[in-house]
Write a protein that binds this ligand. Structure first.
Ligand code: GCV
Length: 717
């Protein structure tokens, strides 16, 4: 009897620990490997009785370690490594292994990084084969296998293959050498330069595990607003230590190159890319990097943008600048990622047009090992932008996508906004170049010639916070980025579902509300910040909170008023032929549909058109009424997320639950702030009454204008 009571008590305690009391802080990300419920455990156990590796290498070593860790966590028993094949073994191997004789396995489809997972009979025993052409494929396969277990999938009859569609899948850390992270909302930079190379924080290994689990194969360690010091020999030793930790996980390191480094470090008089001394300096520097880090990935460059030096300082083109570095990197198989995010103070042209104007004429002029890195939209990572017109417009140049994982313009870490839906929207957009169906995803995944590079970059949201990303839900954006970089044709919903199951548990009563919250969250932000195609209404500098009235900054395109163009006659930026004509940078089919008030979608209306306040929307409402309703809808959506989350109390662990609850409360308060401040400002211009049933802002306009945010992180030094 006593034994029975104790068993009940211990079962109760275990349940309590897993679901309520146990303090999870988010450090484990989606690799929590929590115990499976008993039926799932019983189903899986016969298929993971041992692990066998037919080869050995550092990558196979970490694959075995991960498999052991995952199985131990989920099934509660250690997984031993065996030499001989046995029933239920997981066999890690590669093409050509004698163990695979007689099995017809599709290695040809896997490329360099793909994998297959197959339930098979080897030497008369039922095993699960995880194999690739290279060891990195095996590691990716192990993570996929563990995901199957984590998400409660059967593992007794597997026949899977997968391979990445893009070659370069990189994080871009905007991390300064003093550990301040530009637009970082999750603490300091995780690169502790002072303690490197002597101390190799175990966190670096966990970072590599997390990235490898989603297929990320590169990391740019430093800010694009670059400091030349990172190229000094002492720093290179520190970078080398990180490269060594990441190497088994298939992750290469890259650095940002400050274009003026030959002057700052080399004491030359110029950084002119056609100057022989400058070229020799870069060649020697790059040779030096490769002697320290033989598999160094290459360089990322922001040039002639927002004050950064670049080839234009010497009247040279972006292609001339990029090609100089590319020539020095080519013998080492390194690449240059050259950013197309450019706009210039002295240029009065609509900012939307400037990157296209500068880069499109250079199509075909870049070396083979240059990728031009293009943000998803032409302005700057806004809650919603049409896709960048360069996609599809440079058919002879490899273009890589740049997404921003850190939420500079979507409420920092405290607002819940799942970016998967935004990225899917951008990737599925039809460029109509060269023809209908040429989505942005197709453009970036189709190499411009057989061996050309393809890629995607994500501006990282990772920092020293225990939960890595500043909030529990922002981890989902890191996760989703990896999944889209692996397959730009992926869909946001299944990615959210996988993440929810791995991060919050497999209970369908948890997954459904979590996924619902995620899928609606980005549109909520659009609604309460910048509905109907409005953009860049954020406050000055730090971009935290509303500042639609700001009009006093040095450069016109830094001012929110530049983007909304609110005036007594109406609101919106006319980018048709009657206005800035940015629309003409898109394919004719889009010029036609977005150029007409009849066919432009509501969500891009004010992006392309200036319309009167009383303009009749397709809904029959006036534009002014529709605008106000959108702001209120955004607030209602946040309330909806709060209700969903309240229902999860006790169904997920208490610590993370409480953190999300508190963040949602901040989000609601700030959504109301956004709504009230925006309406107060626009109403002072529209002079229209609010539609019936919609409350006036809580305070007058001066109140909102007077708000300052001195504690907004991620800005300045
Ligand atoms: C790294 C935006 C950000 C800047 C960032 C820049 C860029 O303008 O506000 O902080 O600089 O984009 O992408 O280069």
């Amino acid at each position: 009897m006593l034994r029975k009571l104790l068993a009940i008590l211990s079962a109760f305690l275990c349940f309590g620990l897993a679901n309520q009391g146990h303090a999870e802080d988010g450090y484990d990300l989606w690799l929590r490997y929590q115990p499976l419920e008993s039926a799932a455990k019983a189903r899986a156990a016969p298929w993971v009785t041992a692990m066998i590796a037919s080869t050995s290498s550092p990558t196979i070593g970490v694959a075995l370690e991960e498999l052991q860790r995952g199985v131990q966590g989920m099934l509660g028993a250690p997984l031993a490594r065996r030499e001989g094949v046995q029933d239920g073994a997981v066999l890690l191997t590669s093409a050509g292994s004698p163990l695979l004789q007689g099995l017809d396995l599709p290695f040809a489809k896997l490329g360099e990084e793909g994998y297959l997972i197959r339930s098979a009979t080897v030497q008369g025993k039922r095993v699960t084969v995880i194999a690739g052409n290279r060891d990195i494929g095996v590691l990716y396969g192990v993570f996929r296998f563990l995901k199957l277990l984590q998400t409660g999938q059967p593992i007794d009859n597997l026949d899977l293959t997968d391979a990445p569609k893009l070659k370069v899948r990189v994080l871009n850390h905007w991390d300064n050498l003093n550990r301040h992270v530009e637009r970082g909302y999750s603490g300091l930079s995780i690169w502790d330069w002072q303690k490197l190379p002597g101390f190799r924080d175990p966190r670096y290994t966990d970072y590599a595990r997390a990235n490898a689990s989603i297929g990320i194969n590169g990391t740019v360690l430093t800010n694009v607003n670059a400091n030349a010091d990172i190229l000094r020999p002492d720093y290179l030793q520190k970078v080398k230590a990180l490269a060594e930790i990441f190497r088994p996980y298939g992750i290469k390191v890259y650095l940002t190159a400050r274009f003026s480094a030959p002057i700052e470090l080399g004491k030359l008089k110029t950084a002119d890319p056609l100057d022989p001394e400058v070229r020799a300096w870069w060649k020697a520097k790059i040779d030096e990097i490769y002697t320290v880090i033989p598999d160094f990935g290459g360089l990322l460059v922001k040039a002639n943008s927002e004050g950064q030096p670049g080839p234009a300082d010497y009247k040279r083109s972006h292609a001339e600048g990029a090609n100089m570095l590319a020539d020095a990197l080519a013998p080492h198989h390194g690449i240059v990622m050259w950013r197309a995010f450019v706009y210039a103070a002295e240029n009065a042209e609509d900012r939307h047009k400037q990157a296209y104007s500068e880069f499109q004429p250079l199509d075909g002029r870049f070396r083979d090992n240059v990728l031009v890195q293009v943000k998803n939209g032409a302005i700057d990572f806004q809650p919603r932008e049409p896709f960048h017109p360069l996609f599809g417009a440079m058919p002879k140049t490899p273009l890589m996508m740049e997404f921003q994982i850190t939420k500079e313009y979507l409420g920092f870490a405290t607002h819940l906004a799942y970016l998967g839906t935004m990225w899917e929207e951008a990737l599925q957009a039809d460029t109509f170049r060269p023809n209908k169906g040429s989505t942005v995803a197709r453009v970036i995944e189709t190499p411009v010639d057989a061996d050309a590079a393809t890629g995607m970059a994500g501006v990282a949201n990772i920092g020293s916070d225990r939960n890595w990303s500043g909030s529990q839900f922002d981890q989902a954006n890191w996760y989703a980025f990896g999944r889209f970089a692996w397959d730009p044709g992926a869909k946001a919903e299944p990615i959210a579902r996988d993440w929810a199951a791995m991060t919050w548990g497999n209970d369908p009563a948890v997954i459904a509300p979590v996924v619902r919250m995620m899928l609606g969250s980005r549109e909520a932000v659009v609604d309460y910040m910048t509905p109907l195609g409005l953009t860049h209404q954020m406050a000055t500098g730090h971009h935290y909170g509303p500042g639609p009235w700001v009009s006093d900054l040095a450069r016109p395109e830094w001012n929110p008023v530049y983007y909304a163009k609110a005036a007594p006659d109406g609101i919106g930026f006319d980018r048709t032929a009657k206005g800035s004509d940015a629309l003409s940078q898109y394919a004719p089919a889009l010029v036609k549909s977005w150029g007409s008030l009849k066919s432009v979608p509501d969500e891009l209306l004010l992006w392309f058109h200036h319309v009167p306040w009383d303009y009749r929307m397709k809904s029959g409402r006036t534009l002014w009424d529709a605008l106000v309703i959108h702001y209120d809808t955004g607030i209602d959506k946040v309330r909806g997320m709060q209700a969903d989350w309240a229902g999860l109390r006790g169904k997920v662990d208490a610590q993370r639950w409480a953190e999300v609850r508190d963040f949602l409360a901040i989000q609601l308060a700030e959504a109301i702030w956004w709504r009230d401040a925006s309406i107060a400002w626009f109403q002072s211009i529209s002079k229209r009454p609010l539609p019936e049933g919609h409350k006036p802002p809580a305070h007058d306009l001066d109140y909102y204008k007077a708000i300052t945010m001195p504690y907004a992180p991620g800005w300045g030094e």
